[in-house]
Design a protein around this ligand. Structure first.
Ligand code: AMP
Length: 404
């Protein structure tokens, strides 16, 4: 199948060709004709499936070539990185049109974003918090809005954005086309779909929560206090050209990045408390291979689209199987191959079992022959007994990760 079968405007086909897309991905094949017909859509798709172009092309086809100096399409997405990434795809796809696009997210100055809203930029891609701030100040008119996209709806839910999303939707015309994309379909998202979509078609690509093909997975059982040393040993492999390492918390991300740098590695880091400038600089440096390693938390790395990540390493086992699938989906993008390694401390075995159950894949266990797995345990920090009792559940989880 080729893109020309969609009867997209020739200016868009030219851009698709220019971007090097030869044939539509499965979600594009299914979603583009439905979206072009004007129907509401629910897309359940894994990461790296090409879903951005799946919703962007029908939107641009609808908008091009008439300009109205109105906001006509709004794409809401959970993180600044995703907003920047979608904006970039839109820039590519609109290269031969006069459609204006703008990205609106926190952490950067407001005036250019205010201007974009005031001038009636055709397509706005935004994170919910910043857009709502601007709307509350009376900036931006949405009465000409024709299409709304909710991207990564499940992650917007996880990040607590649903109330903001609902408030934004209350400012939009009810007559519009709505597309909702989500890798998983928790009850709250299904409920939201019932409220904001009309007679939607559903497109599901692959089995839900299945890692992309082309990713070789392995688990490395290791004592919690030896994780950093084992990681350093694993990083000695030359095949590890470009490595994304996930840690569970901002503090662990900071500490690990510091250790890696002290050990002579070129490493950058991103997490939610870094400034926008720091995050962009880390991503750019990693993309351009100035850094071999990027250490990240889940939220900061959600949906990152970086070509050529050879290895994803889970320094901590993610607590939900969905996060595991998202994390390892950062490698083997767009049909390439990659490897995903997961360091598993004894207290994390239960999370690994949950991942194996959901993905229906038995992740092979590996050991590094030259690594000394029996080095002495360092003493654990003392916990206050009362806290243990009161926060038993949380303490149990925390202990699973207690470092060093
Ligand atoms: P997405 O799931 O939208 O983040 O896209 C994942 C990656 O696939 C991005 O790098 C896109 O540029 C790329 N991509 C999207 N559609 C196609 C296509 N039809 N052919 C080749 N690559 C594509």
């Amino acid at each position: 199948m080729s893109f020309s079968q969609f009867e997209l405007h020739p200016d868009l086909l030219k851009a698709v060709q220019h971007m090097g897309y030869k044939e539509p991905t499965p979600i594009q094949q299914q979603a583009i004709p439905i979206a072009m017909s004007g129907r509401d859509l629910i897309g359940c798709a894994q990461t790296g499936t090409g879903k951005t172009a799946a919703f962007a092309l029908p939107i641009l086809h609808k908008l091009h070539p008439t300009r109205r100096a109105q906001i006509r399409a709004l794409i809401l997405t959970p993180t600044r990185e995703l907003a920047a990434q979608i904006y970039e795809v839109l820039q590519g796809l609109t290269a031969y049109t006069k459609i204006y696009t703008a990205a609106i997210y926190g952490g950067v100055g407001m005036p250019p974003q205010e201007r974009a809203l005031r001038l009636g930029t055709d397509v706005i891609v935004a994170t919910p918090g910043r857009l709502l701030d601007l709307i509350k100040r009376g900036i931006g008119r949405f009465d000409g809005l024709e299409v709304l996209v909710l991207d990564e709806a499940d992650r917007m839910l996880d990040m607590g954005f649903l109330p903001d999303v609902k408030r934004i939707i209350s400012h939009l015309p009810s007559q519009r086309q709505t597309m909702l994309f989500s890798a998983t379909m928790p009850a709250e998202i299904l409920q939201l779909s019932g409220q904001i979509l009309q007679n939607p078609a559903t497109v599901q690509i692959g089995r839900q929560s299945k890692p992309a093909e082309g990713i070789t997975q392995s688990a490395y059982p290791v004592a919690q206090h030896l994780k950093t040393d084992l990681l350093l040993t694993l990083l000695e492999a030359e095949a590890m050209e470009s490595v994304l390492v996930f840690a569970r918390t901002k503090i662990r991300t900071e500490r690990l990045a510091r250790h890696l740098k002290e050990s002579g590695h070129k490493a950058a880091l991103i997490h939610g408390d870094r400034t926008q400038g720091q995050r962009l600089a880390a991503l750019e440096g990693f993309r351009e291979r100035s850094y071999r390693i990027l250490v990240a938390t889940d939220i900061a790395a959600r949906g990152l689209d970086i070509d050529g990540i050879s290895h994803v390493i889970n320094y901590d086992v993610p607590m939900t199987p969905e996060d595991y699938v998202h994390r390892i989906g950062r490698t083997a993008r767009a049909k390439a191959i990659g490897e995903a390694l997961t360091l598993v401390a004894p207290g994390e075995e239960e999370f690994l079992s949950a991942i194996q159950r959901l993905t229906k894949i038995e992740i092979p266990r590996q050991t590094v022959p030259e690594f000394d797995y029996h080095r002495a345990l360092k003493p654990r920090p003392q916990h206050d007994g009362r806290r243990h009792k009161r926060f038993n559940g949380r303490a149990k989880r925390r202990n699973a990760y207690a470092a060093y």
